[in-house]
Structure formats: C-alpha cells, structure tokens
Design a protein around this ligand. Sequence first.
Ligand code: CUA
Length: 330
Amino acid sequence: MSYGRNAASVRTALLPAIALALAACEGPQSTLDPQGPVAERIATTWWVMAIGALVVLVVVMALLFHAIWSGPAGRPRWRANVLLSVAGIAVPSLLLGALLVFGTGVGRSITQPDAGALRIEVIGHRWWWEVRYPRADGSALLTANELWLPAGVPVEVVVTSADVIHSFWIPRLAGKMDMVPGSFNALRLLAIEPGQMRMQCAEFCGAQHAHMGMRVSVVTPPQFEAWLQQRSQPAVDLPQAAVSRFLALGCGECHRIDGSEAGGTSAPVLTHFASRPSIGGAAAAMDGVHLRRWLPDHGAAMKPGSRGPVMRQLAPADVEQLARLLEALH
Ligand code: CUA
C-alpha cells in the first residue's frame, strides 16, 4: 500500500472520530458546554489540565524516542544526572505545583457562600428527586423530579438523601455534590440564561441509578415567580370518583395531592403531576401512553427494581381512572 493511500485511510478513520469527539462537547448534559460562571470555571480547569497533560505527554514521548534512536552514545554521566534532575524532578514538581495552586484557587472561588442566594432543597430517594422551595414563612413549595431556576439569580442548592448516597450533578451549571443521609451539603450555582438542561445522579445508587435524572428548566425571574405561584395552588376540578378510587387503593398513603385527602410523604407529590416533563423520575416521557404502561404494575416493568408497591392486580378500569386523574393534575 502506498503512503498516499495510507494517509487517506488514516484521514477516513480519524475525521469521523474527531467530529464525534467534538459533537460530544455539546448537549443538555455536557460539562464542556457551560451555562454559568461556576461551570465555566470548571470547564476552564478541565481544558488547562487536559492541555497541560497533552504537553507533558508530547515532551515525554519526544524524549523517549530520542533515547531510543540516539542509543548509548557514550555521553558523560553528569549529563544524564542533570537531565534526570531537571526533567524527572524539577519540571514535574513545578508543573504539578502550578496545577495544584490553580485548581485550589478555582475550588475556593466556586464555593464562596452568597447571603442573598435563593435556597432550594433537594432530597435524593431511590430513585427520584424531592425538590423543596422554602418560603419566608417557614413552609415550602414541594415538587418532585423537576427543577426550575431563575436565570441570573445565585442559587444555593442544599442536598441530602433519604436512603443511600446519591450525588447531585447539573453538568452545565456546576460540579457534583454528594447527597449523604443525615448531612446537608450546599452547592452554589448560577444559570446565566433561560434554557433547558438535564441533571443526573452521579453516584451509583442501585438498579435505577441511570434513570435518576431530571430536567432543569432555567427561566426568567418573572417566569420563575409565575411558576412558583402556579405550583403553590392546590389541584382543582378533580374527577371526584377517581380521587375516591385513588384513596381506596391506598395511593394516598405514600403520595400527596394538595386539594384532596391524599397526604403521603414517602413518594413523589402529585399535585401538579401532569405539568412535569417526565414520569418515574426520568424513566419515560410524560404522555398518556407511558402513563398507562406505568400504572398497572406501578412501574415494575418500566423501572425494574423500583421501590414502589407492585400492584399487579390493578384492573384496566382502575388504570384508566387513575390515568385520567393524573392527567387532570396540571
Ligand atoms: Cu441516585 Cu445514583
């Protein structure tokens, strides 16, 4: 095979790989596509570290090939000692020292508390997110599996867990923060402009770890206030027969619907369920088809390992009635 054909085949193989690698830098869950100052500093750190590592790799490889090709040419021993001291001790110490100082500075700058920040509490459950927006009077707006943030407003997300260790991560906004049962960790972030992105649990927590995500909606501050207002209202115009069936089946023991007698706290609150982007955490899109597939066995097939009670006896008529009730929860 000629050199020209070789180069052409290398190009054919490399170009799609490079395109793929660059495409992976974008998307709703990419740390290299930051949407706020905290994520931006983390992305910059990543680039500095990556480029630094690349430079070191190139220099080491060049020295290696130089050593292989030049052979034992009878150079004086003192030259080898100088090379070892400079390239083996001084340069790595300087480089690693500089990266350590740089990284520590970034770490400090992104964890500074802001007294005026909006506080949001997120509690990890296997496998869903409980989200609370505390009010001035001590109460809180309660929702699940959706996170709304006002653009341009500093936010402090206080995270904890109800069972095992999870990790709260919105790659385009900030770093990860462990969610540890019994302890409260604060993560500071700021989203610069409206848009949508995804957050993901970043600590393996069991069978449905991969489905433990949620959509993050960044909106303007007035839109955020309107959303808070809307979500603070109890559910209205509920089909009463369906509510009675919901309560008779025991769903209200775990789920809560404001505006009804259902007041459970161990499962996601359902008051404005139909307005959410997904069902079962991030297991499926919010639509009638998925809802009717979810209900008969309480998600056992769509989300294996899910901890909710398996209701295999749920009759088709009950499924339809509960689906209509849930679809009415806007
Ligand atoms: Cu929760 Cu992984």
